[in-house]
Design a protein around this ligand. Structure first.
Ligand code: AMP
Length: 349
């Protein structure tokens, strides 16, 4: 219900389509955990897999822990939850730089008395209806074990501070090499829980990838970075999405068309690519486009694909059937809800 109202207000206020406030019309390429980079001075760079990324150069501003929590009345609507979790104000020290995303950078704060940690994401945010604010409003409503908690957020001038649960184990993207199938499926199960929760709240993530899957010290997976998140249900009716949005390797084929697409199936596709990545330490194709050989082989289910080194690793694995149901080209045939997927899996075993 909240999402409906939010969606309606945003569209009415700015007289714009659903997609305009959730994202720009270009692919948002995210940087990895590259250190010492800040949000300004965008420039293009190639990563190791040859995809274009937008990376940023440093403009670190000093975060004064005292000014972060000046008075309780400035805390947002999550005030009570935030205060329950963060038991003391004004006692936070800036510990270290954690990473940079497409829109801002993240630092670690520690409470000197309680030893609690918080990650604070600092984002430039021009207007009061900017998508970063909307991301915060959506994110702060989401409370699930497998989604990074946004405790609260505040805006100082043109800077938005998002106070997030800290995940100390890095991201899935930091893990080196292929994972054993059991480990991959354990992470996948948590990913599935988190994505299922988002979908049940009417939100689609649209940038599921290993870098956006953080881990706690004890191996709990947490979905983060809802910057490209969108609402896909409006008064109980599916809202078609538009926009060339996501990270190339993980984008479903329908996103590359100029047509509108449904929300949940694009996350399901991305989850399939994440599973592939965990099992092989590689990526199945650079883009789900018919000009890419491996993709064409996959679409036509050619056996030949399994003679390729990376795909070899999948042969004989039980997860292959799961992959086949997630990486279905036609979104209407792709399992778009997890219960359906689970039912089919059970039938399979
Ligand atoms: P983002 O802007 O969300 O893409 O975050 C940029 C980087 O900061 C991520 O790749 C993570 O390495 C790090 N980071 C973001 N949020 C957290 C968090 N809650 N806990 C730990 N590290 C984080």
């Amino acid at each position: 219900m909240f999402f409906f109202r939010l969606f309606f207000c945003c569209c009415r206020r700015r007289n714009i389509s659903e997609d305009t406030w959730t994202t720009s019309n270009e692919i948002t390429k995210r940087t990895k955990n590259s250190s010492r980079k800040g949000p300004s001075d965008l420039k293009k760079e190639n990563d190791s897999q040859g995809s274009r990324k937008i990376v940023t150069t440093p403009t670190r501003t000093t975060i004064n822990p005292v000014t972060l929590f000046p008075s309780s009345e400035l805390l947002d609507r999550n005030k009570e939850k935030a205060q329950a979790h963060i038991s003391c104000k004004n006692e936070w020290e800036d510990v270290k730089f954690l990473g940079v995303g497409a829109y801002g950078y993240v630092r670690l704060l520690r409470n000197v008395k309680t030893e609690e940690f918080l990650a604070v994401k600092e984002v430039k945010c021009k207007s009061s209806s900017s998508k970063e604010l909307i991301e915060s409003i959506i994110h702060s409503q989401l409370d699930h074990r497998n989604v990074i908690r946004l405790f609260f957020w505040r805006k100082f001038g043109q800077t938005l501070f998002m106070y997030l649960e800290y995940a100390s184990g890095g991201s899935l993207g930091d893990l080196k090499g292929a994972l054993a199938e059991d480990d991959a499926l354990r992470y996948f199960e948590q990913l599935r829980e988190g994505v299922d929760f988002l979908h049940s709240r009417g939100a689609v993530h649209r940038d599921i990838k290993p870098d956006n899957l953080l881990l706690t010290e004890d191996g709990v997976l947490k979905i983060t970075d809802l910057g490209l998140c969108s609402i896909f249900v409006w008064r109980g009716v599916q809202v078609p999405l538009r926009g060339f949005v996501g990270t190339e390797h993980y984008m479903a084929p329908e996103i590359f068309t100029s047509r509108s697409y449904r929300g949940p199936p694009v996350d399901m596709w991305a989850c399939g690519v994440v599973l592939f990545n965990m099992l092989t330490a590689g990526l199945p194709w650079s883009r789900a486009l018919t000009c890419h050989n491996n993709y064409v082989l996959w679409v036509h289910r050619r056996k030949k694909i399994f003679t390729r080194k990376l795909w070899d690793k999948l042969e004989g694995l039980s997860s292959l059937s799961l992959l086949k149901r997630l990486l279905v080209v036609d979104p209407s045939e792709r399992d778009s809800n997890w219960h359906q997927l689970r039912r089919q899996e059970n039938r399979h075993h």
